[in-house]
Write a protein that binds this ligand. Sequence first.
Ligand code: GLP
Length: 260
Amino acid sequence: MDHQAPPQVRVLDAADAAVPFLLQEVRALASGQESESNQRPLISFATGGTFTAFFRALDAEIKQGRITPTEFLGTHLDEYMGFEPERPGGMLHELSLRCPAMRDMLARGSFLPVPCHGAEGSLRAHEERIERAGGIKLQLLGIGRNGHIAFNEPGASLDEGFHVTTLAESTRVDAKARFVPDQPPRRAVTAGMKSILTAERIILCAFGADKAAAVTSMLQGEVNGTCPASALRMHKNALVLLDSAAASNLDAGAIAGAMH
Ligand code: GLP
């Protein structure tokens, strides 16, 4: 992956317009339209406020039988260190609250949780499980205000698999609300950029003016670990969905088209 191929960039009329688009991507994968193999496709979800509306809609789709949860496998990007799935503040806890169907998938063994204690052997075993499942077909991503992806903070290596990392202070500030009255954890377990870039398809969503600077560095800055999200420019099949506020600092040439 030493080439650069600018991700497709679409600017949405509003953040909500991403929901039907993402549901359609999941539906197409789950229904097998996109695959020649018999293996259930593995979809890796991102947590965070960016995906709240999507998860609620995904849960409704599953309840109404329009997406069948037994037809795909799920996983996620990252977890706060030591946060078991039932612990409030954790990523998997958030995901299960917003989309209870994911909790059922976890109970059935069709959702692969990130090993939250970060033991080296458990991280390698997690990578092997992903590989045995045929790799990640679709990776959803958000972006931090400082350009982080999952918990790959500025300065991260672009060549690492799942690993334990120390959170940037700005990330801890942004995460404060979910841990009140406690302080946010200092460490987390995360998919590394190398793991993320092995996904067949990547869709990154960024909404709101707070994300505009990170989006500009991602798409127009240098490709290096200073802005981990810039590594998406080394991927052949990446799509970036923005609202107009997140796209507001971009040069017009960076944008492929509007999406209504
Ligand atoms: C978090 C997560 C990321 C997420 C990002 C943006 O800290 N580690 O996976 O994409 O920050 O979060 P939000 O969508 O809440 O802005």
